[in-house]
Every structure is written in structure tokens, then in C-alpha cells.
Design a protein around this ligand. Structure first.
Ligand code: NAP
Length: 247
């Protein structure tokens, strides 16, 4: 049985009408950067819970989640109505395998996220581990419109802290933004433009790829990478691609 804890909301940030982050205090158990927790609210005497990745790093409090309002969803429209001081429920133990412990030794780490799936990668990048383990980290973040690109300030701080290691590549697919690709991640890999931009090769012998977000992006990137002999990584069958979809 899941052990639900009560959490208290300490901050609500609205990025757009449909995209929000909530910060809350709760005694969640120690977790690994990149994992998700189940958040719940009670409706008609029943607890409705959904998974949300933690954006905070393990040593950082308050806890933080980033989410889109899913109009017909049972939870996100209600979470979006919450204010500082309100309570929510959170399962004590986080889960998930989108964590650096699951990544084999490699020179270059490529992290590709769409939308709210930037969260778990930020949690990882706020820790010390990636900077010791990889010689280059490419963070590709794809959103449809400029206003949906959350945490730009945090990302520029990370880039300034790790100028030789971190390459941030924004993708804004339906608008123009200075410095951003106006195309999808898989197309930029296939055409070679992404590698030209960051100056390193995305190849099986040097790279590992982490994918999180839109299921279509995960399928399409995996397909493009399969043409480069890169395949899904499993503990018993090492490969080059680690994904997480909780939808
Ligand atoms: P989204 O709207 O699905 O994605 C926005 C970006 O993805 C847009 O740039 C869009 O391009 C692009 N995209 C769509 N289909 C694509 C494809 N086939 N190939 C490449 N790019 C594609 O973002 P979202 O609604 O925030 O969804 C994020 C998803 O991540 C949700 O399903 C959420 O549940 C999941 N998530 C998972 C985790 C986890 O597993 N730990 C954590 C957080 C979020 P266009 O504008 O061209 O369509």
C-alpha cells in the first residue's frame, strides 16, 4: 500500500494559462534526481493520484512539479486551482528509472525533452553528478510556442555555471525564437544540424541518449537513432537510449 503524506503548497507559478509549477513541503523519502512522485487529491471520498516528476534535486526543498492542465483530466485542473497554504497528498516514495544510475559510462550525454518533461532533467542537472561523469551534456528542449519554454532563467544559470560542458538547444516548433531550432528534435538529428550546432557527434561509441516526454517524440527519435545502430538500453542488454513514458 502506498504511504500517502500530506504536503503544503508554498508557491504556485503560472508560466502560461495551461502550464504551472507547484512547490510544496512534504516529508518525501530520499529519492534520485529524475524520479517522479504520485500526487493526489480527494474527490467524492476517493483519492485520485497521478505521477509527476520532481523538478527539485534530492537535496533541495521545497519539492516542485511542473504540469499542463489536461482539460478532461481528473487532477490537473484541480491542482491548477490551488493556492499557497492548501494541502495535497503525495506518496512518500518516488519511483522511476530516468536516473543517472541507469546510464552506462559514456563521453556525451544527450537529454531530449518535450514540454513538461524538462522537469526530471533539471532535477538531474542541479546535482553534481553529471558534471563529473560526462565531458559534454546536450539538453534539447522542445515546445510549440516561446511562452511554453519554462525555466529559461534556471537553464541559463546552469549554462553559465558549466560553460564548457552544457550545450542547451531550444526547439520552438511553431514560432520563431532567436537561437532556437524551428523544427522537431528528430528532424534536427536526421539532418545533422544538431550535431553541427553543438560540435560533437551523436554516435553509438561516444553517446548515451535520455528521452522524456511526448510519446511520438520518443518513437521518432528512437527510429532516427536506430539508423545509427543505437538501441534501447536495458540492464541485461546494454544499449544507448534510456526513456521514460508514464502515459
Ligand atoms: P507536448 O505538447 O507533447 O510536446 C511539445 C513539443 O513536442 C512540441 O515542440 C511538439 O512539436 C513536439 N512534438 C510533438 N510530437 C513530436 C514528435 N513525434 N517528434 C518530435 N517532437 C514532437 O508537451 P507536453 O504536452 O508538455 O507533454 C509532455 C509529455 O511528457 C506528457 O505526455 C507528460 O505526461 C510527459 N512527461 C513525462 C515525464 C516522465 O515520464 N518522467 C515527466 C514529465 C512529463 P509540434 O509543435 O511540431 O507538435
Amino acid at each position: 500500500m502506498a504511504n500517502w503524506l500530506e504536503g503544503k503548497i508554498v508557491n504556485v507559478h503560472k508560466w502560461t494559462d495551461d502550464l504551472l509549477s507547484l512547490q510544496f513541503e512534504a516529508d518525501v523519502a530520499p529519492f534520485k534526481a529524475g524520479q517522479f512522485v504520485r500526487i493526489g487529491l480527494d474527490t467524492d471520498g476517493e483519492r485520485v493520484g497521478r505521477p509527476y516528476s520532481l523538478v527539485n534535486s534530492p537535496g533541495e526543498r521545497p519539492c516542485e512539479i511542473l504540469f499542463n492542465i489536461v482539460e478532461e483530466g481528473p487532477l490537473s485542473p484541480r491542482l491548477a486551482q490551488m493556492h499557497t497554504g492548501d494541502s495535497l497528498f503525495v506518496v512518500e516514495k518516488a519511483s522511476g528509472f530516468l536516473i543517472l544510475d541507469e546510464i552506462p559510462e559514456t563521453d556525451y550525454l544527450w537529454m531530449f525533452a518535450t514540454g513538461t518533461a524538462i522537469g526530471p532533467f533539471l532535477s538531474i542537472l542541479k546535482t553534481g553528478d553529471p558534471w563529473q561523469r560526462f565531458s559534454k551534456i546536450v539538453l534539447g528542449y522542445s515546445v510549440s510556442t516561446v511562452e511554453e519554454m519554462a525555466y529559461r532563467e534556471l537553464i541559463s544559470e546552469l549554462t553559465m555555471e558549466h560553460p564548457d560542458k552544457l550545450e542547451f538547444v531550444p526547439f520552438v516548433t511553431r514560432e520563431t525564437m532567436d537561437g532556437a531550432f524551428q523544427k522537431r528534435i528528430p528532424q534536427s538529428i536526421e539532418s545533422g544540424e544538431l550535431e553541427t550546432r553543438v560540435g560533437i557527434e551523436l554516435a553509438a561509441d561516444t553517446s548515451h541518449v535520455m528521452l522524456c516526454g511526448n510519446a511520438g517524440m520518443i518513437t521518432d527519435v528512437s527510429e532516427v537513432l536506430s539508423n545509427r545502430s543505437m538501441k534501447r538500453h536495458r540492464r541485461r542488454e546494454p544499449g544507448h537510449i534510456t526513456t521514460e513514458k508514464y502515459h
